[in-house]
Design a protein. Sequence first.
Length: 235
Amino acid sequence: MDTHLHHNHTESHLKSSDLLRDVVIGMSDGLTVPFALAAGLSGAVGNSSIIIIAGIAEIAAGSIAMGLGGYLAGKTEQDHYDSEVKREYDEVENLRPREIEETKEFFANIGLSPALQDQATEEIAQDKDRWVDFMMKYELGLEKPDPKRATKSALNIGLSYIAGGIIPLSPYFFISNSTEALKISVVATLVCLFVFGYFKSKITGVHPLWGAIKVTLIGAVAAAAAFGVAKLFQH
């Protein structure tokens, strides 16, 4: 049985982590995938307009796909919580002795005396809603998700993907020669990947410099591979 106490400050941290996770997912893919696509096309075509059209199409499709993935993940979390709540209500109604023993076990694990275990369990069991909420948190380790989480996740990831995707594509709007535009795109995107990787790693507790280098290298390798493949097939 999970005896971890979920304090208020922890709950706020988890909510922030949800937003951070969404931004990281959307921004990292948004920077990397359109960057690789633009680099690959630059190795095959000289006209920036073609790359702009393909890039915009990819950003639109990618943001929708990523947003939908975030929505489905949030919806699955909500559905899972709802099904567990229903099961807990059924158990406190029909398997009351077993639930009482599980509740006592929790209090025993945090060091309460047998007398206090009985008293605390009796108090909680008087209110069915409070009892179910208690068992959801401390038996199953589940916090009630935000009912708007799925929609928020979809928007956060989708918009972050768009924001990231615009960066490697932006030089092609102003430079008609794709090779010249690619040079600017490489510099701008790698700088953004480094900065993004640095702050992401700093927030998540990873060594910032190593995290920044790793994120930058992933983007650079993806773009170089796409460019190389395009050149290979062009010849």
